[in-house]
Design a protein around this ligand. Sequence first.
Ligand code: ARG
Length: 431
Amino acid sequence: MQVFGESVSFDKRLAGYDLQGSLGHASMLKSVGLLTEEEFSSIEKGIHELMEEVKSDSFPWKLDLEDVHMNLEQALKAKTDAADKLHTGRSRNDQVATDMRLFFKDACNHLKTGIEGAMLAMLSLAREYATLPIPGYTHLQRAQPVTVGHHLLAHIESLGRDHERFSRVIEHANVCPLGSGAIAGSTLPLDRELVAKTLGFVDENGEARITPNGMDAVADRDIFVEFAAAASMCALHLSRLAEDMILWNSSEFGFIILPDAFTTGSSLMPQKKNPDSFELIRGKTGRVIGNLTNLLVTIKGLPLTYNRDLQEDKPPVFDSLDQLGQSLAVVAECLNSAEFDREKCLAAASDPLLLATDLADYLVEAGVPFRQAHHLVGRLVSLAEEKNLSLPNLSDEDVSEVSEHLTGDWREVFNLERAFAKREKPGMPGP
Ligand code: ARG
């Protein structure tokens, strides 16, 4: 049962937050007269020593003390008898809820910084290749020309929403559960606002934010799910980006050249340069989504309030933080030294069929209703296929037979520069 029930092997990661929470709690106990000045000073000194031991990785974690909370409390007890008073008016239930809220604030800020790094790398590539044409795809079929800038900015949009989502998780985490005790608070004269303020659980005016119901405070795992969901969404976005990069890096596309440090050779085939970095990002996304499912299923059938099942809530969120954090760093570093092959991009985007829609628009401007214009251009596409010609190489005779409006300058439609220059409204790939 000792081996089965321990959590210190993974929750020791919360040590810094646990000590911070304990220090805040102790200073509140002092202020309401439940600790003397001397008792508080010895606890404070002990906690600072423990912080150092944890930081330098010299703290002797013991599995038989079950979790991070018991380990640290016992270690403090070895330094001062006043440690026996630290757990006054507190339960491990509100303690772990507080630790995790502190953890989520840091974790979200870390991921927001990671997202910013990935966005900046994409932005600098988007800037460098702002007007380089590539085909845009639907159904993985060439659809219409876009630019590398337009395509990369699309990925930046989705990461921007992820950034916002993590800000919202921080906002939700920013409420202090201390004072809830096990479920029903305490008979002691605790000052909940004071400890909330000490630990930074405050609104924009510096007012304390405290949980309004002690049962909910220890049972609630919403933030875990919100965090795991935000991480899943972000991983999903990176996975779709990864798929684009994997395709673009293939010989079939050849649009992008990934740096050697982020690709690997094959142990058998000497010519291979595999996009492992992006394949791993795509693969790890499954894991991050699994972590969300893991939490949802763990919480689903639990009666209020705390149940020991909830000890299992930490590994999935730690893993989502680690995997997503690394994925974001890899995206940033890899794209920072990636290059586009201008010739191959331009060649692929110069397929005149990509501008078939522009030809229909040309007919619309001559007064042809769009449905008819669409049909007429469809006929031209078939005709070109039949004659084994590209669209602009059809003869004036052939095209004017399909539509009387296709005379004179109709071939100008196939000029890529014109096509982009005509797309200057917001949301479009114009220069
Ligand atoms: N290690 C425990 C957890 O994370 C701390 C809370 C324990 N509470 C309890 N009533 N046993 O779930």
